[in-house]
Design a protein around this ligand. Structure first.
Ligand code: ZN
Length: 257
């Protein structure tokens, strides 16, 4: 109510003042108190009086537009502050989320316990195969568990290779051109590790392929972990295992591009 009354009075001020000055001027001219040239001054005065504030307001907007430094300062300082404070709580909750660790010690214990009954012979090759078999049926909840498992499996594959060849993979590549090897001495020299493996025998070639495949899948899994792809959405429940996540990582990456 008070605001409305004030608005009405404010609206009446200028018309009343205009009329008062207009009548006073006309009376002044008739009474010969004012020279007619003052009519020009009065006209300018009335224009300023009626439209001056609007003109100043417009001039203010134009100046703001010409000096962009002042306006962005206001928007930049006022807008990004809530933008920073809003995502911060969600980012802070992520590191707190606990990643269940893979208990490799008890996993390896189970591998060691079951390898004898399953494969009749216990050696680095059958231990590697049993660890692979167990990985195929062990559920994976977080990709870091699969990475732990595949690092472990690469270690076992390397030991199995050394058991057959008497060399590490690097040493076997270096000695591929020589006849014989630490484990048999009768095999022929090869032009490269693949031809050497074929000449040394089936066991040599099989474990070479197994080690290579295991190393490749490990790298695929690292890539998948870095990509941040929702791998669970890409795999059927029976595929969500320690071994299969690494085994299918390349396919998940390929189909997600
Ligand atoms: Zn040999």
């Amino acid at each position: 109510m008070n605001n409305n009354n004030a608005e009405v009075i404010r609206g009446l001020v200028r018309p009343i003042l205009t009329m008062v000055f207009g009548i006073a001027f006309i009376l002044g001219v008739f009474a010969r108190l004012i020279e007619p040239i003052w009519l020009a001054y009065l006209t300018v005065g009335i224009f300023v009086f009626w439209f001056g504030d609007r003109a100043f307001k417009n001039l203010g907007f134009m100046l703001k537009g010409q000096l962009p430094v002042t306006t962005p300062e206001v928007t930049e300082t006022s807008q990004p502050q809530p933008a920073i404070t809003q995502p911060a709580p969600t980012e802070e909750t992520n590191p707190v989320e606990l990643v269940p660790e893979l208990d490799l010690a008890s996993f390896h214990e189970a591998v060691f316990k079951d390898v004898g009954p399953r494969y009749t012979e216990v050696n680095p090759c059958t231990i590697f195969y049993e660890a692979r078999d167990k990985g195929v049926v062990t559920k994976v909840g977080h990709i870091s568990q699969a990475i732990d498992y595949w690092n472990y499996l690469v270690g076992l594959a390397g030991e199995a290779f050394h058991y057959i060849w008497g060399y590490s993979l690097d040493e076997a590549i270096q000695h591929a051109g020589e006849p014989g090897c630490p484990t048999c001495t009768t095999c022929a020299a090869g032009t490269d590790i693949d031809s050497k493996a074929r000449r040394a025998g089936m066991a040599y070639y099989a474990i070479l392929l197994d080690l290579r495949r295991t190393l490749e899948k490990q790298q695929d899994l690292y890539q998948l972990a870095q990509s941040g792809i929702d791998w669970k959405a890409k795999l059927a429940p029976q595929q969500q295992t320690l071994y299969s996540l690494g085994g299918l990582a390349e396919e998940i990456l390929r189909t997600s591009r």
